[in-house]
Design a protein around this ligand. Structure first.
Ligand code: ATP
Length: 300
């Protein structure tokens, strides 16, 4: 019986490992909301690497024909600049990121990079040029080193270490008894929201994309972590064309342009000071967040 038990036990372990790997992949795609397959056009061209300008050109989009999500959304991110999108939950912010990554095709208008409609580009070249720091980073059930190197699997040990250092993870790693070999994820060390986001930033720095999408975590962060993430975001965005999907207005203050989205339409746009002076929707959101912050600080 024991002879039978050992191989069966081994199969059980193998089964769990495979199931875990599948769960990670499913979660990753679930996160991005992928459903429909988009195909490369027969004459699709590769996007050349280098400074990239992004343009949402009168974009119209619906997941289901009966419910329009984006109505003629029009804005541009000049190469190397940062545009932040704010708005209520469900206003369509994450949908913009999904369209730029071409998980879906637009139904009207176009998304363009360097004046090329992304439907005419190969998906591989498009996705290689874009790095995403998602809201909730998927950690693989593996070592911390593997989880960061995942951003570019052929990166050297030195490159992985440099990326971790740029994302300010080195102190954290140095304090772990197993250091880089610490297992993280489902069955390993559970990282905090801020630590996970730093792993995501390190991965993205390793990928070195021309375009960065930063989908800010909705979860509440203490103001110290929030400041640290803000600094890391700015470091990661330097020299890249960046789209920030923002939930906290403190992270958008320094954006080159802020877009206020309301039910799939651009309601206001401009710089932080300009929008405050307008005393409209953005100014109202700002006042509300300031009140919440003060209440939090009083309670602390
Ligand atoms: P939040 O701040 O809560 O993340 P958001 O502004 O990013 O919200 P989106 O995720 O872009 O909002 O969603 C916009 C609208 O599209 C929502 O009403 C949502 O219910 C709907 N939606 C999102 N994904 C799908 C989908 N895969 N199928 C159908 N409808 C969807």
């Amino acid at each position: 019986l024991i002879q039978l038990y050992i191989p069966l036990n081994f199969l059980g372990v193998l089964y769990r490992e495979i199931r875990q790997a599948l769960t990670d992949i499913e979660r990753m795609f679930g996160l991005m909301g992928t459903h429909r397959e988009v195909a490369d056009a027969p004459d699709a061209r590769a996007l050349a690497r280098g400074p990239a300008s992004v343009r949402f050109d009168q974009v119209r989009f619906a997941y289901e024909p009966s419910r329009q999500i984006l109505h003629d959304v029009d804005f541009a991110i000049p190469a190397g600049k940062t545009v932040a999108v704010v708005g209520h939950s469900g206003s369509g912010k994450s949908t913009l990121a999904r369209l730029l990554f071409r998980f879906y095709d637009v139904q009207g208008g176009a998304v363009r990079i360097n004046d090329q409609d992304i439907r005419g580009l190969t998906q591989d070249s498009l996705r290689a040029a874009i790095g995403i720091v998602p809201q909730d980073t998927v950690l693989f059930n593996d070592t911390l080193f593997y989880n960061i190197q995942y951003g570019r699997p052929d990166a050297s040990k030195e490159e992985v270490e440099a990326a971790a250092s740029a994302a300010q993870l080195d102190d954290f790693i140095a304090r772990l008894p197993d250091g880089w070999n610490t297992r993280v994820g489902e069955r390993g060390l559970k990282l905090s929201g801020g630590e996970k986001q730093r792993v995501a930033i390190a991965r993205t720095l390793l990928k070195n994309p021309d375009i960065l999408i930063f989908d800010e975590a909705t979860s509440a962060l203490d103001s110290k972590t929030e400041k640290a993430i803000q600094a890391q975001l700015e470091a990661a965005a330097r020299g890249r064309t960046t789209l920030v999907i923002a939930h906290r207005l403190s992270t958008v203050m320094n954006a080159d342009e802020i877009i206020v989205l309301d039910q799939g339409r651009i309601l206001e746009r401009g710089g932080h000071g300009e929008l405050l002076a307008k005393a409209g929707a953005y100014a109202q959101m700002w006042a509300l967040q300031q009140e919440e912050r003060e209440a939090e600080e009083e309670a602390a």
